[in-house]
Design a protein around this ligand. Structure first.
Ligand SMILES: Nc1nc2c(ncn2[C@@H]2O[C@H](COP(=O)(O)OP(=O)(O)O)[C@@H](O)[C@H]2O)c(=O)[nH]1
Ligand SMILES: [Mg+2]
Length: 375
């Protein structure tokens, strides 16, 4: 039977998962393989889905709950992708505040859908900015110890830890991150990569091609701490139609929105886990991002377009109450749009704290171990 290779890449909010999956999707497509991507979020209007679709990939979205809490939807999304043409590879991006994915996603696939899937090694990306601060156990990470707990648990269940953004890390800085990872997880395989330039991706794809007993590092995890850590984040997805009589520069607007939000957050001493915005019109699109207070806002995909109308989506995951976040985003987006000489019609805004994770399945013992059980 034709088996689908299930490749899931985890990591904290803003670590580089979508950028990594886009690069992997292009790689497998160039090899003649049929690739499907599954994105995931707690709400609709996801920048990642729009971006990956605009890049031409076949993307299914699981919205409204994370993979672990909506396992059946993950499986039916994979099935829907397969209706057009059976995929050889499924690339899956879990929510960046999720962990315990080996017990709640990988092992359930291995134990319930064994005939249909081959599980690739589970790679988890370490985000240098927050990763360094959290693994050093520094005070002032911008997150509480409970949110930091999630980042540590994420890498603990990895078969392979990826240190991303090596294009901007010195050898010394990457070496420090590697030592910090090994202080927590002795002898865990670590690979230095850049999802932006593709550095390290030959080794990554070699890793992901391995058939072995991967995805079996089941965590010991305290769901109270995990749930409290997740609930400290304010989550916002908002969509709007922006229009103007005169043409405006799409890339400038996207960057301005993220820069204004960066300043507003800094003035309130609030840490951003990840802010991103996409502007789309008639096949053109641009994307701007902010991944932490120590990084600058950046235009990650340029549209090069002058436009009169766009569909705008803003996604924000920030360490503050959702009400504060919503007011801030509305105000800053509005100001940026006015400065561009345009007006906005807001369509849908969802802002909330993620609820307690309640996995559909939690397999406590990896396949092949002596006791097998679900609780
Ligand atoms: N310099 C640099 N930026 C990166 C790299 N990988 C991702 N980014 C940027 O980091 C931001 C967040 O990336 P994204 O893939 O959306 O992260 P995700 O939240 O984990 O999916 C975007 O602005 C990316 O362009 C990298 O290797 N180097
Ligand atoms: Mg993403």
């Amino acid at each position: 039977m034709h088996q689908i290779r299930y490749i899931m890449v985890g990591g904290f909010l803003g670590a580089g998962k979508t950028t990594t999956l886009a690069r992997l999707a292009a790689h497998y497509t160039a090899q003649g393989l049929n690739v499907g991507i599954v994105t995931n979020d707690q709400a609709e209007d996801l920048v990642d889905t729009n971006m990956l679709r605009s890049l031409g990939f076949d993307v299914g979205e699981v919205a409204g709950a994370c993979f672990c809490c909506n396992f059946d939807e993950l499986m039916s999304t994979v099935e829907r992708i397969g209706q057009k043409q059976r995929p050889d590879v499924i690339l899956a991006e879990p929510v960046g505040s999720c962990t315990d994915l080996v017990a709640t996603v990988i092992q359930p696939i291995r134990q319930l859908f064994d005939a249909e899937f081959v599980i690739a090694p589970y790679a988890v990306i370490l985000k240098p900015s927050h990763g360094r601060r959290v693994l050093r156990d520094e005070p002032g990470t911008g997150f509480s110890p409970k949110a930091a707990y999630i980042l540590k648990k994420q890498i603990e269940e990895a078969d392979l830890v990826l240190i991303n953004r090596c294009d901007e890390l010195s050898d010394e800085a990457a070496g420090e991150l590697e030592s910090l990872i090994h202080a927590h997880l002795p002898e865990r395989p670590v690979l230095r990569v850049s999802a932006k330039t593709g550095a390290g991706f030959d080794q990554l794809t070699d890793w992901l091609a391995q058939d072995g007993d991967y995805g079996r590092r089941i965590l010991e995890i305290d769901y109270d701490t995990y749930a409290d850590g997740e609930a400290e984040l304010g989550w916002l997805n908002s969509s709007a139609r922006v229009s103007s009589e005169e043409e405006f520069d799409l890339d400038e607007l996207l960057l301005d929105i993220v820069q204004r939000l960066r300043s507003a957050l800094a003035s309130e001493n609030i840490e951003a886990a990840h802010l991103k915005t996409i502007g789309l019109w008639e096949g053109f699109f641009g994307v701007a991002n902010l991944v932490s207070s120590e990084n600058e806002a950046e235009l990650s995909l340029k549209s090069g377009c002058q436009v009169k109308t766009i569909d705008l989506i803003v996604n924000a995951r920030v360490a503050c109450a959702p009400e504060i976040l919503e007011k801030m985003v509305q105000a800053q987006v509005q100001q940026a749009i006015s400065a561009a000489g345009a007006t906005a019609e807001f369509r849908r805004t969802q802002s909330f704290k993620p609820g307690r994770p309640v996995p559909t399945h939690r397999i406590a013992t990896a396949v092949g171990d002596t006791e097998s059980g679900e609780y």
